[in-house]
Every structure is written in C-alpha cells, then in structure tokens.
Design a protein around this ligand. Structure first.
Ligand code: SF4
Ligand code: SF4
Length: 256
C-alpha cells in the first residue's frame, strides 16, 4: 500500500472514530491533571480504619483541620467521626456534632436520651474521602479540576475549579464541601503533601490508638496491605461501583 493511501485511510478511520464517539468521551484536562498522568504507578495509597480501636476522641479531626487550614468553627471538615448507638429495638442512632471534633462526652444523641440498658452495641466510625478507584467526583467535573493521580489519590486543582458543585453532589460519601475561604471544592487528600515526603497524614499521626493507618496496596510487604489481603475488611457503599479505597476492620452491617 502506498504511503499516501495509508495516510489517507488512517485519517479517514480516525475521522470515523471521532464522529462515532459520544460527547462524554471528551475530557478537558487541567494542567495539574495532565501533570499527574506522567507520575509513577508503583504506589496505590490506601487507608485502613480499625473501628474497634477508635475511642471517638476527635484528635484526628482537630489535627486535620489544623494541617489543612479548614476553619475551626465552620461546620465543614475533611474527615469526621460518627457515633453509632444500636438499641434493642434494632434502631441505629447516629450523630456527629462538629464532625466529632470535640469527642463524645454527652450521652444524648440528637437531643434524645437513650437508656444505657437499651443499648446493644455502640461504636465510633471515622470517615474521609475514599480516594475511589472509580471516583464519581472526577467523572462529573466539567473542567478537569478534580483529577486522580497515578498513585490513586483524588485531588482538586483550586486554581482550575469553577465552583459548579457537581462533585459535591456526585460524591456518594458526602466527602466534599466548599471551602469557606477559598470558595472552591475541597476534600481529604490523604495529606498528599505529607505522604509524598514520607510523613504520616495528620489524622494518622494524631491517632494514638492506631485506629487510622495508611499503606501502599502495591507493596506486598506493607503491613496495611497484608491486613487488607488477609483479614475480613469492609468498604462503604459498594453498590455505587466507586471502588472505595478506605478499608474498615470491624464494619457493622448497619453502617451507612
Ligand atoms: S484520633 Fe483515633 S481514636 Fe480518636 S477519634 Fe480519631 S480515629 Fe478515633
Ligand atoms: S469519596 Fe467522594 S470525593 Fe472521594 S474520590 Fe470518592 S467520589 Fe470522589
């Protein structure tokens, strides 16, 4: 086949392919997103929460707010701790005042006094962005301001975010919010700026009970990876197909 004919066919096939693509196949790349696509793929950051170890002190929430400059008294937070109290009638009573920042010293839940004799189970549940493998927030961002690094962390390019709020609505975990000062979308980044320097994320460092751990799922020798691969661990809202990468030890079936 002559070079000119091959060139013609190549162009024609490319033209047909483009014409048949749905509009959603096109994706706008932000500068940060483009840069992320040339990273390495030896690392997949994951998070492990051991519910049995969490005492609901809220130190992690405080540390996160301080590290990531989230205004202390504004009701938004990158990570939070929920309290679950299950009673004999099968009901789940859940609250998270100030994101659990101040710990749980008040026995009333949502202004309701619960008789201690009626409680069958109680626990604390730390939550944060799941750095999903299929992040709904990335899929809906019309300008590519929210993107996924090759080591699995979902980030927001603050300069590129137009504040449309699509990601806040799309996240099934309620992990996104508007930063009250920056006026753009915000969320947990696993403290990406710290873990890339070999430091622990602020919440992991603050938890002296070992309820929060981070690891590299692509490293078989990583103790967190070993736990995820060998123990019974759970994830939240599997039905959304987001493939969350925050794993829980001791996850109760009533958690939502
Ligand atoms: S610092 Fe640790 S023990 Fe305290 S609330 Fe956070 S996860 Fe739970
Ligand atoms: S938890 Fe929500 S904000 Fe985090 S990556 Fe998944 S969809 Fe996006």
């Amino acid at each position: 086949m002559s070079t000119s004919r091959r060139k013609f066919l190549k162009t024609a096939v490319a033209g047909c392919a483009v014409a048949s693509l749905p509009l959603t196949a096109f994706k706008t790349l932000s500068p940060a997103e483009a840069k992320a696509s040339i990273g390495n793929d030896k690392v997949r950051w994951v998070f492990l929460v051991d519910i049995q170890k969490c005492v609901g002190c809220g130190f992690c929430v405080k540390a996160c707010k301080s590290e990531n400059e989230i205004p202390y008294n504004v009701p938004v937070t990158r990570t939070w701790v929920e309290r679950y109290v299950i009673t004999k009638d099968g009901k789940s009573h859940i609250d998270t005042p100030h994101g659990g920042r101040d710990g749980y010293t008040d026995p009333t839940i949502r202004e309701q006094d619960i008789n201690p004799d009626d409680i069958t189970k109680a626990f604390f549940l730390p939550k944060l962005c799941n750095q999903c493998q299929n992040p709904a927030c990335v899929q809906v961002c019309p300008v590519g301001a929210t993107y996924q690094t090759l080591d699995g962390v979902v980030l927001v390019d603050k300069k590129w975010c137009i504040g449309c709020g699509y990601c806040v609505m799309a996240c099934p975990y309620g992990a996104r919010f508007f930063h009250p000062v920056d006026k753009v979308a915000d969320k947990c980044t696993f403290c990406y700026h710290r873990i890339n320097k070999g430091l622990k994320s602020a919440c992991v460092q603050a938890c002296s009970f070992g309820a929060r751990l981070m690891g590299n799922l692509k490293d078989p020798d990583d103790p967190v990876t070993h736990t995820i691969m060998t123990q019974r661990v759970g994830i939240l809202k599997d039905e959304y197909g987001t493939k969350p990468q925050v794993y829980y030890i001791g996850l109760d079936e009533r958690v939502r």
